[in-house]
Design a protein around this ligand. Structure first.
Ligand code: CAP
Ligand code: MG
Length: 412
């Protein structure tokens, strides 16, 4: 019989094996703990330990995690591969972002980053398209893809919604998406919206000679969500949108399986992410959430606006860089910038995070003084100017819709 105690979960000389998942945490220990005591408790509770010393037989400690590095308020923990059920993201998160977030041994703890090993990574599908949506599904080539979401975010009737969509597409927008809290309400039914949007989408494609897509929000419960995905596929969608945090990772994984068969890309909206990542020394970082989303197989994910716009952001550039990096052969993910954007912010946005992005504006399109169509043109013009390296004020001299947008919102 061997007793498992907290001391079994810390070894500062330990070198993780290649197949171990290594997680980086920021830790504020409880007032009566030092970093070593807190680190061993984190490794214990997130793998196979508990508060009491356990008498067990056999090599059960092979599943124990090891806190192997402590630097200031950062600790690193290595998790053996066999601890995880491959391909099951909820199970993985119940280890590395589970009970430890509430344990009394730490006053605060944040999962900052993960180094995903090959065996665990390869058990997930990753994105089906990733950034190749730009040319495989759309005609965006090297420019940022453009997206808009009708505003008000809920309340428009189906007729109003699809009219806004048509005006946006014909003004130069690639993707018309539903808002995060629009699904199948009485004023705008899912099925009606889906079919009518695609009819107008076809007209807009004909008129502009560009491929356009509709991102219908399939977020729902279990089978209902899968039925919505199937309906979208049968109707001729290229994408579906999922509120990945509120729907949950099991749901995302289910949708990913179906989209593989149907060749649909997944646009991930991250509503509620801030419950995990807004407090800087606690929770789960947006970087880690984006990693989870990539493994589960989304093709786009919102990653913020590099501190421009209306919402708080965590290191947009760093997250985007990770989404583009090599990950044991998994495809990359196209980051979406969204939240309070308007045409005047586009040059600075592209300067900060480059052109391998999607730019999504709701208010910044529909709030244009001359309406949605002019607003869509202004957004596209600002992107064209930024990509061509032409000063936006100069470009506005020959593009009246952009001029009106700059007069209204400025460039900050
Ligand atoms: C933007 C938006 C997006 C958020 C998501 C909204 O509208 O539609 O959902 O930007 O945020 O509902 O606020 P506006 P994030 O363009 O009118 O601001 O990308 O940070 O997840
Ligand atoms: Mg929204």
């Amino acid at each position: 019989m061997t007793g498992i105690t907290y001391e079994d979960f810390i070894d500062l000389d330990y070198e993780p094996a290649d197949d171990e998942l290594v997680c980086d945490f920021r830790v504020t220990p409880a007032s009566d703990m030092d970093m070593e005591s807190a680190g061993s408790r984190v490794a214990s509770e997130s793998s196979n330990g508990t508060w009491a010393e356990l008498q067990v037989e056999g090599s059960i400690t092979d599943l124990s995690a090891t806190c192997f590095d402590i630097q200031g308020d950062r600790i690193r923990v290595a998790y053996p591969d066999a601890l995880f059920e491959h391909g099951n993201m909820p199970q993985v998160l119940s280890c590395i972002a589970g009970n430890i977030l509430g344990m009394k041994a730490v006053e605060r703890i944040r999962l900052l980053d993960c180094d995903w090993p090959e065996p665990l990574t390869s058990s997930f599908p990753g994105p089906q398209y990733g950034t190749s949506v730009r040319s495989e599904l759309l005609d965006a080539a090297d420019r940022p893809i453009t997206a808009t979401v009708p505003k008000p975010k809920v309340g428009l009737s189906t007729d109003q919604h699809v009219q806004v969509a048509y005006e946006a597409w014909t003004g130069g927008i690639d993707l018309l998406k539903d808002d995060e809290n629009l699904t199948d309400q009485s004023f705008n039914r899912y099925e009606d919206r889906l079919y009518q949007s695609l009819e107008r989408r076809d007209e807009a494609e004909e008129e502009t000679g560009e491929r356009k897509s509709y991102l219908v929000n399939v977020t729902g419960t279990g089978d209902q969500m899968l039925e919505r995905v199937q309906m979208a596929a049968d109707a001729g969608c290229e994408f579906v949108m999922v509120d990945v945090v509120t729907a949950g990772w099991a749901a995302v994984q289910q949708v990913r399986e179906l989209t593989e068969e149907e060749g649909l890309a997944i646009h991930a909206h991250r509503a509620m992410h801030a419950a995990f990542d807004r407090v800087p020394d606690h929770g789960v970082s947006m970087r880690a959430l984006a990693q989870v989303a990539r493994l589960c197989g989304v093709d786009h994910i919102h990653t913020g606006t590099a501190d421009l716009g209306k919402l708080e952001n965590e290191d947009t550039a760093g997250i985007n860089e990770w989404l583009a990096s090599d990950l044991h052969g998994l495809k990359d993910v196209l980051p979406m910038a969204s939240g309070g954007l308007h045409p005047g912010l586009v040059p600075e946005l592209v300067d900060r995070i480059g052109t391998n992005i999607g730019i999504q504006a709701g208010g910044g399109v529909h709030g244009h003084p001359d309406g949605t169509h002019a607003g869509a043109k202004a957004l596209r013009q600002s992107i064209d100017a930024a990509v061509a390296g032409i000063d936006i004020e100069e470009y506005a001299d020959t593009h009246p819709e952009l001029r009106t947008a700059l007069d209204k919102w400025g460039t900050e």
